[in-house]
Design a protein around this ligand. Structure first.
Ligand code: ZN
Ligand code: ZN
Length: 309
């Protein structure tokens, strides 16, 4: 314990905190950079897809004028099964990849007993579409496994178990042109980014390491400060260990409500006139009424008597 205390006493927290912040910022930037690089294709694609959806929804451009954009977007990602333009009666006007969905009508029906946002292709009951936002359409496959994720979203697990093996499931997001009622459907396969989850886990672990470090540093700081203040360092250190910031605030309020010797840092009763540890004069008593006054006070707060230094 003595060795431990001597070690803690030597810690320079100003330096440690500066190093900690610098390391946290550098590691944070590296992690974001790394993830952006690994997922860059998906991110760029998501940006382009959102852009296109917005332009179509605002209705500033007719769907005809975005056809070339749609074709180039469909080429950007192998996950995209097709991008369709439909009129308000669900007739396919245009198919970017000439898939099986690109002919005649494209209608979707609610699956019986399903409410998880799954719709069934009207020509083939074994083909389901999961309705989602653009962002989810792109990133969904990064975060979650295929079967696990779909099973989770199916309310009826028996239905899922009995039907999954024979089913094909696609992701679907859409945008509607408000003027014409024309729709654009983005149909995507569920393909995980290889190692995508591993990268996210790695970034998560790095983040957790910094949280743990912060927690330990806060406890050590409270421990050191309590030690310098000659109060129970183990007690206050433990409070900080189990309650973190709450413990820190309680500690600071406790210090604030007591007197600290300016010479040796010992914390003590507000009414002490001499330090209980080093004997330094840290308080004054009024000569007229014996009221305890602060060292720096010029007049007694009780009787107004001038205090001589
Ligand atoms: Zn003292
Ligand atoms: Zn007085």
């Amino acid at each position: 314990m003595k060795n431990f205390n001597a070690l803690i006493e030597r810690l320079n927290f100003k330096k440690i905190i500066a190093i900690y912040i610098a390391l946290a910022v550098i590691t944070g930037l590296l992690s974001v950079g790394f993830l952006s690089y690994m997922f860059k294709d998906k991110l760029i694609f998501a940006y382009n897809l959102n852009n296109l959806s917005e332009r179509i929804e605002k209705g500033k451009l007719g769907i005809d004028s975005v056809k070339s954009d749609i074709i180039s977007l469909a080429r950007q990602s192998s996950d995209i099964v097709d991008i369709l333009i439909l009129d308000k009666d669900n007739r396919v006007l245009f198919s970017a990849k000439q898939s099986e969905f690109g002919n005649g009508e494209f209608k979707l029906e609610n699956e019986r007993g399903e409410r998880g946002g799954y719709l069934t292709y009207f020509k083939n009951p074994d083909v389901s579409f999961r309705l989602m936002d653009n962002d989810d359409l792109i990133l969904n496959a990064v975060f979650t496994g295929h079967e696990k994720e779909i099973s989770h979203h199916h309310k009826d697990e028996n239905f899922f178990r009995n039907n999954f093996m024979s089913k094909r499931i696609y992701l679907l997001s859409y945008a509607v042109n408000r003027n014409s009622g024309d729709k654009i459907y983005f149909i995507s396969d569920i393909n995980k980014i290889p190692e995508g989850e591993v990268y996210l886990d790695m970034a998560g672990s790095v983040g957790m390491t910094f949280v743990v470090l912060y927690w330990i540093l806060l406890v050590l700081w409270v421990y050191q400060d309590a030690m310098k203040s000659k109060i129970d360092a183990v007690l206050w250190g433990s409070i900080a260990l189990f309650t973190n910031l709450a413990g820190l605030f309680v500690y600071l309020i406790y210090k604030q409500s007591n007197k600290v010797c300016y010479k040796c840092n010992t914390i003590q009763n507000r009414n002490n006139i001499f330090c209980r540890y080093c004997g330094t004069k840290i308080g004054n008593a009024c000569k007229s009424c014996s009221n305890i006054v602060n060292e720096e006070d010029k007049f007694c707060s009780s009787c107004g008597n001038k205090i001589s230094a």
